[in-house]
Write a protein that binds this ligand. Structure first.
Ligand code: 2AM
Ligand code: CA
Length: 263
């Protein structure tokens, strides 16, 4: 596993913030029955988690900029470094008591993502990658799947939620095209962990539209360092700019792009 000073800083921040998130997740079940529901509680958990990450990372690496889900962009005097942070990816799962959510942290240096971390505090799974150093789950090196045949491929996706109704028809068409060829499709609800599943070879490929940089930045590096391919959902080379993504092993990534384009 990667033990650089930078990765130590990132894992320490994620573990500290993750402890709070896990405690709050334990409370969500009790709140399900209350009249008001757990919505406000969850958004507070999200904000607390982000505050911890912000404090820890700013203390350890003064001057770096931030691009975070809750606070947005916080510029720092050091213009060559930006953290992309999602304190709680998979919010809907968290709200419903499903243990599929994560903290996602990526470091951009001079326009390139050089380090990524994804941590699920509910399962204590820590995924890390640094450019040129490989990708790891806990202490295990990750490698994308070797399956080449779409008829054996398990494909992850993201379903646009109720508030994105305009995106529903296109998604249904793409889903139809993929269902016609892949063995089956999964939708787990946290983009960062979907990318970790590609890096670990559990999904042959995954696609989604309507994402933000903090949903994807760490996972993109993880997939590439595990030997996978990443593009946007239309085959372009900048998923962070378009907010769409397609990631997978070399063979299924290419075939999935073809299916999406045919939809
Ligand atoms: P979130 O839980 O941090 O919001 C699931 O399809 C993915 O989409 C998750 O990574 C989720 O991240 C993200 N997502 C959910 N609602 C979203 C929204 N309104 N805008 C952008 N991304 C969203
Ligand atoms: Ca997210």
């Amino acid at each position: 596993m990667i033990r650089s000073a930078l990765m130590n800083v990132m894992t320490a921040a994620a573990l500290k913030a993750g402890r709070g998130l896990k405690r709050d997740f334990g409370e969500v079940e009790n709140l399900q029955v209350s009249l008001k529901g757990p919505g406000d509680f969850v958004s507070l958990a999200d904000k607390k988690c982000e505050a911890t990450l912000y404090e820890e990372l700013a203390k350890a690496r003064p001057g770096y900029g931030f691009n975070m889900e809750e606070r947005g962009i916080v510029e720092g005097p050091d213009k060559s470094h930006v953290w992309h942070i999602d304190p709680l990816d998979g919010t809907t799962n968290f709200l419903h008591g499903l243990p599929i959510f994560a903290i996602s942290i990526a470091l951009e240096r001079d326009g390139h993502i050089v380090a990524g971390l994804i941590y699920n505090p509910a399962t204590d799974d820590m995924y890390v990658a640094e450019k040129g150093q490989g990708a790891f789950q806990n202490n295990r090196r990750l490698r994308v799947s070797a399956r080449r045949d779409m008829s054996e491929a398990l494909i992850g996706c993201g379903v646009p939620h109720l508030g994105k109704a305009a995106a529903h028809p296109r998604f249904k068409a793409e889903l139809g095209a993929v269902m016609a060829r892949a063995v089956n499709v999964r939708r787990l609800g946290a983009a960062s962990l979907d990318l970790a599943d590609v890096a670990a070879g559990r999904y042959e490929a995954y696609w989604e539209r309507g994402l933000q940089s903090w949903d994807m930045a760490a996972g993109i590096l993880l997939v590439r360092e595990a030997g996978g391919y990443v593009s946007d959902a239309d085959g372009g080379d900048n998923p962070l700019a378009t907010g769409t993504i397609c990631a997978g092993n070399e063979y299924i990534h290419r075939q999935l792009l073809g299916l999406i384009a045919s939809a």
